[in-house]
Design a protein around this ligand. Structure first.
Ligand code: 9MR
Length: 475
């Protein structure tokens, strides 16, 4: 009798450990939806056009901050291109342009745009964006009142014409250090956290707002501290700890997307970031969200010989993922449609993304340049590369998936979980499957299949707890 009770207790404990809300898994590698399905997120960054930067004396910059897009483009993203996510840029100086004066009007207008996505079932990752710390320093992000340069006047000319080399300029170095040191100017981080809490309180009840990217491309200022680990270990790490604590005070549910330092790691060097702990009650909900800009990007060309740069970037990120114990969202990557090797770059990049089962968001949606639209808003050749067959929601755990564009074959293996009462969904782009698809399912015979012709989504639902293999080809 005693043993039976003990057994019951153990079963109850095991079940309660494995269930976290609707999520029946202890695997913190993936992002899950409210039905417990694993999500694979594909989308764009929205967008550089929202940055209000480059004019230190412009006190009205905070009135800008909205991306170029309209609702009809969002509609096309969801239905024709099959994106199920967006990394949406928000800005501290939009939220708190004056100290303690939080601008609800900015959040109101942001909410209108966020709804364009979430009404269509697209997931929104809010990204607190900054480049070069602040518009006062010819970048974007922090408000003027939070830009402490110790009296050093910013330089209006970017070194070698490269915007990111501004990060080496003395005024910028001082501003970053004063923010990250958390000594004389604690108010800066404290208010950054308050600004996040304002945003989160506005959006946390929307189930399609899936998470928060803590800070775009954090940079420490001092280059020695940045390159040799001191910045990530002794400044970024405690900053994330404070910020995650502040976020979890107001929201226990969403995913936290955290980035390593940008300088060097974007190119493919090691990050020194210690393991970042979630402070939520329950299983951690974390995504490592590095950016992928190997150095060949500066040479405006991709060749097969440069593939090892991508592979090195991947190997280092995989090592860091082991330490972090979570999954990966590649928050930014990009390529110019006119650079030689464009198709090969995307082939290699997406093979890498698929084999790691990552989420990604392309930099960026802005028309022209690297964008998937031309300046006249027709499609650029980039769009065709970003449109992929992929499992956007999985009722169970994905084991592997790959879309081979050249062979036009999609292969997918997953362990089905019949307790989830929503189907597995695969986006099938109409342009690559003009006459429909041939579906081969192995591993289960007990399944139903349907197709949503508006969103071009194949839905498969099986009642068996089995490993299922799917192959899709055009008719
Ligand atoms: O592409 C953006 C470029 O037009 C801007 O001048 C620059 C500074 O705001 O930012 C570029 O976007 C960067 C993004 O903000 C952060 N990651 C790297 C992106 C590409 O350089």
């Amino acid at each position: 009798m005693k043993n039976t009770w003990l057994l019951c207790l153990m079963i109850i404990l095991t079940l309660s450990c494995k269930k976290d809300g609707q999520i029946n898994s202890e695997n913190p590698r993936f992002v899950y939806d409210q039905h417990g399905r694993v999500l694979i997120l594909h989308g764009l960054n929205m967008s550089s056009s929202a940055k209000a930067e480059g004019n230190p004396s412009d006190t009205l910059t905070y009135l800008k901050h909205y991306p170029w897009t309209t609702e009809s483009f969002v509609d096309q993203e969801a239905k024709e291109y099959g994106f199920n996510a967006v990394r949406y840029l928000v800005f501290w100086d939009g939220i708190e342009p004056h100290k303690d004066n939080f601008r609800e009007a900015y959040l109101d207008s942001t909410a209108v745009r966020i709804k364009w996505y979430t009404d269509r079932g697209m997931y929104v990752i809010l990204d607190m964006h900054q480049d070069v710390y602040s518009h006062v320093l010819f970048g974007n992000g922090a408000p003027s009142w939070a830009t402490e340069t110790d009296g050093v006047v910013p330089d209006s000319v970017a070194p070698l014409g490269l915007w990111w080399l501004r990060n080496l300029q003395p005024a910028v170095v001082n501003a970053y250090q004063n923010f990250f040191e958390y000594t004389d100017y604690k108010v800066l981080q404290d208010h950054y956290i308050l600004a996040w809490q304002k945003v989160i309180n506005r959006f946390k009840d929307n189930p399609y707002v899936i998470g928060y990217d803590l800070m775009n491309e954090p940079h420490g200022g001092d280059l020695v501290k940045t390159m040799f680990g001191e910045f990530e270990k002794e400044q970024l790490y405690p900053f994330y700890k404070r910020l995650i604590n502040g976020i979890r005070e107001v929201d226990n549910e969403k995913w936290i997307f955290f980035e390593p330092r940008s300088f060097g790691v974007n190119f493919g060097l090691d990050s020194y970031l210690p393991k970042i702990e979630d402070q939520r009650k329950g299983i951690p909900r974390m995504q490592y969200a590095p950016h992928c800009y190997p150095l060949f990007m500066e040479e405006s060309i991709y060749t097969s010989g440069r593939k090892n740069h991508l592979l090195e970037w991947e190997q280092r990120r995989k090592k860091e993922l082991e330490k972090q114990g979570c999954g990966m969202h590649i928050g930014e990557f990009g390529f110019h449609p006119d650079w030689p090797g464009m198709e090969l770059f995307f082939k290699d990049f997406f093979e890498m993304a698929d084999r790691n089962m990552c989420n990604w968001s392309y930099w960026s949606s802005d028309p022209g340049g690297w964008g998937p639209w031309n300046p006249d808003l027709t499609e650029s050749p980039i769009m065709n590369q970003l449109i992929r067959v992929y499992p956007r929601a999985i009722a169970g755990e994905p084991i592997s998936f790959n879309y081979d564009r050249d062979a036009k074959v999609f292969d997918f293996v997953y362990m089905n979980n019949p307790d989830i009462d929503m189907p597995t969904e695969i986006f099938i782009p109409e342009r690559f499957f003009p006459n429909g698809y041939i579906l081969v399912v192995n591993g289960t015979t007990d399944y139903t299949e349907s197709y949503d012709p508006v969103y071009h989504v194949l839905k498969i639902q099986s009642g068996e707890r089995k490993q299922i293999t799917i192959k899709l080809q055009p008719k």
